[in-house]
Design a protein around this ligand. Structure first.
Ligand SMILES: Nc1nc2c(ncn2[C@@H]2O[C@H](COP(=O)(O)OP(=O)(O)OP(=O)(O)O)[C@@H](O)[C@H]2O)c(=O)[nH]1
Length: 950
C-alpha cells in the first residue's frame, strides 16, 4: 500500500483544487511548502479527507488505501453501479465463470471505500464467478456519480474493442495487458463480450496524451457532477455465452490502414489512434448488442476541451464515416423505395377535341368547359410561366396552349360572334326564320377628288328630303336614309341608306375593323376628267370588299364632258358597261343639276335586289359604328348602322372596348326613336366611352358579362399598346399559314415602270399554292401612297395579309408613318428575284434575318455643281435629321428611286466632314453617280439586321 499521496491526486479525489488542499494542510497545521505535486502521508491525507467528508473518513476509521486502481483477479467483473437499472441477472453459473476468469482482464479505474470493499469482497468470495447480480447491491438511488466505475474488459475471442482511456499518467504502456491478452487468446470461449467503453469524460482527459488500458495504477478523477461520464457498455444479463460472433461488421468502425485491418486498441500508441475507436464505439452499439445484453449509450455533452483535442477532425471523420455507413446500409439493407412523389406521366394527345370559347374566358370557366379542375389549369399555366388566378381572364394564346395539354383544341371567338351564333341557333330552334325581312341597301359613294361625291350625296338627300320628308332637319350622323319609289311599284317607297362620310374613309375604316359597311359602291367619275388615280383606288376598295359597283358619270352638264372616253377608260380597268356587253351599271348624271338622280337610285335598288338583302329583326341587335364623338352635353355618342335585329332603348351592349346601355336613340332627322331595325342609321346615347368608327356594336343579354369583357378588352388594348406589336405582314405570314388562318396573301404592287409591274405581278401569281394563294389587288406605276396603305390596312383581316411591295419606289415620309400606324408591311426592293425570294421564304417560314432601315435624314438638292474630274456634286440643304458620310444614301426623284449607294464625299465649304445636321448646307458627292438634278431628295439611312420572328 502506498503511504504517500500527491496533493493533486488528493485534490482530484476530493474534487477540489490542489490550491485548496494546500490551504487545508496549512489550516490543519501541517507545515511545509507544498506544491500540487508534493507528496503527503496518507495519514495527513486522511485528515484532509475528514474536512470534506467526516462520516466517510470515520467509517473508514483508518486511513483508506490510496485511490489507485487495483488489479483484481482475472475474470472478475465488478458490479457496475451505473447499471443500476439493469435487471438483476441470474446467479452466476459456474460454467461461465471459468472461461471468463482467464479470458478477461478487468481494470478498476476508480474506487470508493464502499465499492472498494464490495469489490474486494466479491473478488475474494466469488473470484471466478461473473455475476452481474451484484449490481443490485447498489441501488440507483444510492449510486451517486462518486460510485462510478469504469470497467474495461477485453477478450481476444471477439473483435478487440479498445477501452477508451480515462487515465492520465504516462504509465507504461499495455505491455502487461498485452501479455494478459496473449494469455487469454488460448481460451477464446469467454462468455463475456468486451465492454466497449467510450472515451473518458472531458474532466478525465489525459494530461499528456493518455495511455493505455493497462494504466491500472493511475487513479482516475471522477467526473464533475454536472458532467456525467460518458459510458457505453454492455452488461451481460444472462450467463449464456454469447454465440461466437464474427468480427463486428462495421465497415467504418476502424479506419482501414494499409493492411486493411483495423488495429486493435491495445496496440495504439497515441491518442490520435483512439479517435476512430471512440467514434466506432459510439456507432458500434448495435453491432455489439445481443439479445442477452443491455446496451447503454451515454452521449457526452460538448466540452471545450474536446475541441482542443482535435474534435473538429474527429467530427469530420465521424461525419464522413456516418455518411458512408448510411450509404452502405442503404445499399445492403434498405429496399428500393419508390420516390415519395411520382411525377405523373403527361398524356400525349394525338387527337384534340374541338371546343369554342369566348374571348376573355376565365380559368374557372375554361376548367368547366374542358372538365378539369381549375387548379390543374393554373398549374399548367404556371408551368408556362403564367401566373393566373381562378377568375382571371386568359389570353387567346394561353387558352389554346393550356387546353392542348388536356386534349382540347380551342377556338376563341369574340362575344359578338358567339352571340350571333347563338342567335342563329335560337332562330332555327324556334322557327323564327320568318323574322328575316328585306332590308334597305347601304351605299358608299366613292371617287376621285372634286368629281362630285359631296354634291351627289347632298343632291340625293336634299331631293329626297324635300320630296317626301319635309319638316326634318338633317343631322350629320355618318349616314342617312332616303325613300325612293320602288322600280317595280312606283306607289311604294323603298329606303336606301347612304354613308355620307366624304371619300371612302368610312368604307375603308369599316372594312379595316372587319365590318362590312356597304352593300353597293357608287363610283363617281367626272365626265370631264375621266378615270383618275383615286377612281382606281376606289374601285380597288370595292373589289377587295367584293361589293357590286354602280358608276355615276357626273358633270355631264359640262361642255367638256366626254362620257365615251370615261367608259373607255373604265373598260380598260375592267369595268365594262352594259351597252358594251359588260355587267357594270353606269348612269350619266349631273349632281349639280340633279339630273338622272332617280335613275341612279333606281339602279342602286336593282343592283341591291340582286343581293337579296335580308336581315333578322327579332334578335339581339348588332351593327357597326359609323362615327363616334364625345358630346359636351350628352357624353359619348356613337352613330350606329343597325345591321341585324332591333335596337331598343334600355338595351345593354358592348361596342369595341366599351360597355353601354341605350339611353336614347336619335335618327338622321334628329327625331328620337324607341327602336331601330336593320339598315337604320341611328345615334346612340348611353356609352361608357368613345368607340372607334368601324367597331362592332352588339346588344347583349348578360350586362355583367359584357361589362367584364369590356374591362378585359381595355386592359388588353392597353397591353397591346405597350407591347407595340410588330407589323403584320410577311413576318407572321407563316405562323398564320400554319394555324390555318391565312388563306390569301394580298399584294399591292407599286413600281417605277410598267414593265416591272407586269413582271412582278406574273411572278407573284405563280407563287400561289394550295395552302396560300397570292392575289395582287393593285398593281400600278408610281410612288406608294396613303391610299395604298389604307387599302392594305382595310384588307388585312384574319384570313388575309395584305402587303405593299415597292419596286424602285419609296413611300413619302407621311405615308411611311401611316403604314406604321396601320401596321401595314411595306417591302422595298430593287431586284426582281429578291421579291420572289422573299415571298417564297415567307411562305415556307424561312425568312432570313430582316434588314431594317433606320432613316437618318433627308437632304434636298438645291444646286448641281460640276467639278472637273470628279463629276456632279449635289449642293444640298439638309431638311431633317442628319446626313452621315459613312451611311447609305438613296436619290429619289418624284418618289422614284434613281440611285442607291454610298456617299463619295461630304463637305461643308471646303472641309470634309463626317456629318451635317438639319438646317445646314453641304456638298454631297455620290459614289459613281452623277445624274443629279435640282429638286432630287437624298435620303440617308443605315441598315440594321434583325431576326424574323416566325
Ligand atoms: N358642272 C357641274 N359641277 C359639279 C357637278 N357636281 C359637282 N360639281 C362641282 O364640282 C366641285 C367639286 O364637287 P364636290 O362635290 O365637292 O366634289 P367631291 O368629290 O365631294 O370633292 P372632295 O370632297 O374634295 O373629294 C364643286 O365645285 C361642285 O360644284 C356637276 O354635276 N356639274
Amino acid at each position: 500500500m502506498t503511504t504517500k499521496i500527491r496533493i493533486y491526486e488528493l485534490a482530484k479525489e476530493l474534487k477540489v483544487d490542489s490550491k485548496r488542499i494546500i490551504e487545508d494542510l496549512q489550516r490543519i497545521g501541517v507545515s511545509g511548502s507544498y506544491v500540487p505535486s508534493s507528496s503527503i502521508d496518507q495519514a495527513i491525507a486522511h485528515r484532509v479527507r475528514e474536512q470534506y467528508n467526516p462520516n466517510r473518513a470515520s467509517t473508514a476509521n483508518t486511513p483508506p488505501p490510496a485511490p489507485k486502481l487495483r488489479k483484481l483477479p482475472p475474470g472478475t467483473i465488478l458490479p457496475n453501479v451505473l447499471s443500476s437499472s439493469v435487471p438483476t441477472t441470474e446467479p452466476a453459473a459456474p460454467a461461465l465463470s471459468q472461461p471468463v476468469t482467464s479470458a478477461t482482464s478487468v481494470r478498476l479505474v476508480k474506487k470508493t471505500p464502499e465499492t472498494d470493499l464490495l469489490a474486494e469482497k466479491q473478488a475474494h468470495e466469488t473470484a471466478p464467478t461473473v455475476s452481474a447480480g451484484t449490481s443490485s447491491a447498489v441501488s440507483p438511488a444510492k449510486a451517486p456519480e462518486s460510485t462510478l466505475r469504469v470497467v474495461t474488459l477485453s477478450t481476444p475471442s471477439v473483435k478487440p474493442v479498445p477501452a477508451a482511456e480515462t487515465t492520465t499518467d504516462a504509465t507504461p504502456p499495455a505491455t502487461s495487458q498485452t501479455a494478459e491478452l496473449k494469455a487469454t487468446e488460448a481460451q477464446p470461449t469467454t462468455s463475456i463480450r468486451p465492454i466497449p467503453v467510450p472515451s473518458s469524460p472531458p474532466t478525465a482527459q489525459p494530461v499528456n496524451g493518455g495511455g493505455t488500458a493497462a494504466k491500472a495504477a493511475t487513479p482516475v478523477t471522477p467526473a464533475a457532477p454536472t458532467q456525467p461520464v460518458i459510458r457505453q457498455f454492455t452488461v451481460p444479463t444472462t450467463r449464456t455465452p454469447s454465440p461466437a460472433r464474427p468480427p463486428v461488421v462495421e465497415p467504418s468502425a476502424y479506419p482501414q490502414k494499409s493492411g486493411g485491418q483495423a488495429r486493435p486498441p491495445e496496440t495504439r500508441s497515441d491518442s490520435r489512434e483512439e479517435r476512430p475507436l471512440h467514434s466506432s464505439l459510439n456507432r458500434g452499439v448495435s453491432s455489439v448488442e445481443t439479445p442477452s445484453t443491455v446496451t447503454r449509450t451515454y452521449v457526452p455533452p460538448a466540452s471545450p476541451d474536446r475541441s482542443r483535442d482535435g474534435r473538429g477532425r474527429r467530427n469530420f471523420k465521424e461525419h464522413t464515416e456516418t455518411l458512408r455507413k448510411r450509404e452502405f446500409e442503404k445499399k445492403l439493407v434498405r429496399p428500393e423505395r419508390a420516390p415519395a412523389v411520382v411525377a405523373k406521366a403527361k398524356p400525349v394527345f394525338t387527337e384534340f377535341k374541338p371546343i369554342t370559347v369566348v374571348e376573355g374566358t376565365t380559368v374557372k370557366e375554361l376548367a368547366e368547359k374542358i372538365e378539369v379542375k381549375p387548379k390543374d389549369i393554373m398549374a399548367a399555366l404556371l408551368a408556362k410561366g403564367i401566373l393566373a388566378t381562378i377568375n382571371q381572364p386568359l389570353s387567346e394564346e394561353a387558352m389554346r396552349e393550356v387546353a392542348r395539354e388536356f386534349g382540347y383544341e380551342v377556338t376563341v371567338r369574340s362575344l359578338e360572334e358567339i352571340i350571333n351564333d347563338q342567335q342563329d341557333t335560337l332562330a332555327i330552334e324556334t322557327d323564327a326564320l320568318d323574322d328575316i325581312e328585306p332590308r334597305a341597301p347601304v351605299v358608299a359613294v366613292m371617287g376621285h377628288v372634286d368629281h362630285g361625291k359631296t354634291s351627289l350625296l347632298d343632291a340625293i338627300r336634299n331631293t329626297r328630303v324635300a320630296a317626301g320628308e319635309a319638316g326634318g332637319i338633317t343631322q350629320h350622323i355618318g349616314a342617312y336614309s332616303v325613300e325612293v319609289p320602288d322600280p317595280d311599284n312606283r306607289e311604294k317607297l323603298r329606303r336606301i341608306v347612304f354613308l355620307d362620310t366624304p371619300g371612302h374613309e368610312a368604307f375603308t375604316m369599316m372594312r379595316a375593323r372587319g365590318a362590312k359597311g356597304a352593300d353597293v359602291a357608287v363610283i363617281v367619275v367626272a365626265a370631264d376628267d375621266g378615270v383618275m388615280p383615286q377612281t382606281i383606288e376606289a374601285i380597288d376598295h370595292a373589289r377587295a370588299a367584293k361589293v357590286p359597283i354602280v358608276v355615276a358619270i357626273n358633270k355631264i352638264d359640262k361642255p367638256q364632258a366626254n362620257v365615251e372616253r370615261v367608259k373607255k377608260e373604265l373598260s380598260d380597268i375592267g369595268l365594262i358597261c352594259e351597252e358594251w356587253g359588260g355587267d357594270t351599271v353606269m348612269v350619266e348624271i349631273s349632281a349639280k343639276h340633279r339630273r338622272n338622280l332617280d335613275t341612279l337610285l333606281e339602279m342602286i335598288l336593282l343592283t341591291s335586289d340582286l343581293l337579296d338583302l335580308k336581315a333578322p329583326t327579332k334578335r339581339l341587335a348588332s351593327g357597326v359604328v359609323l362615327e363616334a364623338r364625345l358630346d359636351k352635353g350628352r357624353g359619348p355618342v356613337a352613330s350606329v348602322l343597325v345591321q341585324q335585329g332591333t335596337l331598343k332603348v334600355g338595351d345593354p351592349f358592348i361596342v369595341g372596348l366599351h360597355f353601354g346601355r341605350v339611353r336614347a336613340l336619335i335618327d338622321d332627322r334628329g327625331r328620337p326613336l324607341t327602336e331601330a331595325g336593320p339598315s337604320v342609321p341611328v345615334e346612340v346615347l348611353g356609352l361608357e366611352g368613345v368607340p372607334k368608327a368601324g367597331d362592332l356594336f352588339q346588344v347583349v343579354d348578360d350586362a355583367a358579362r359584357a361589362q367584364e369583357l369590356a374591362n378585359y378588352r381595355q386592359s388588353k388594348a392597353r397591353m397591346a399598346q405597350l407591347m407595340s406589336s410588330a407589323a403584320r405582314g410577311l413576318e407572321d405570314m407563316y405562323q398564320q399559314m400554319k394555324s390555318g388562318q391565312l388563306k390569301e396573301l394580298l399584294v399591292i404592287l407599286k413600281a417605277d415602270v410598267q414593265g416591272s409591274v407586269e413582271a412582278l405581278r406574273e411572278i407573284l401569281q405563280k407563287l400561289s399554292n394550295e395552302k396560300v394563294s397570292i392575289r395582287v389587288i393593285r398593281a400600278d406605276v408610281g410612288a406608294i401612297t396613303e391610299s395604298d396603305v389604307m387599302l392594305a390596312a382595310a384588307s388585312n383581316d384574319m384570313s388575309h395579309v395584305c402587303i405593299i411591295i415597292g419596286f424602285n419606289v419609296r413611300p413619302a415620309p407621311r405615308v411611311a408613318e401611316l403604314a406604321k400606324q396601320e401596321r401595314v408591311d411595306i417591302r422595298l426592293h430593287s431586284v426582281i428575284y429578291k421579291v420572289e425570294e422573299e415571298v417564297r421564304k415567307a411562305m415556307i417560314g424561312m425568312l432570313d434575318p430582316l434588314t431594317k432601315e433606320i432613316e437618318l435624314g433627308r437632304a434636298e438638292v438645291r444646286k448641281v455643281v460640276k467639278v472637273p474630274k470628279v463629276g456632279n456634286i449635289a449642293g444640298c440643304a439638309v431638311l431633317e435629321g442628319v446626313v452621315k458620310r459613312a451611311a447609305k444614301v438613296r436619290l429619289v426623284r418624284d418618289s422614284v428611286v434613281v440611285y442607291e449607294g454610298e456617299i463619295a464625299s461630304l463637305r461643308r465649304f471646303k472641309d470634309d466632314v463626317s456629318e451635317v445636321k438639319a438646317g445646314f448646307e453641304c456638298g454631297i458627292g455620290l459614289d459613281h453617280f452623277s445624274d443629279i438634278k435640282e429638286g432630287d431628295i437624298i435620303e440617308c439611312y443605315t441598315l440594321e439586321k434583325y431576326a424574323a420572328e416566325l
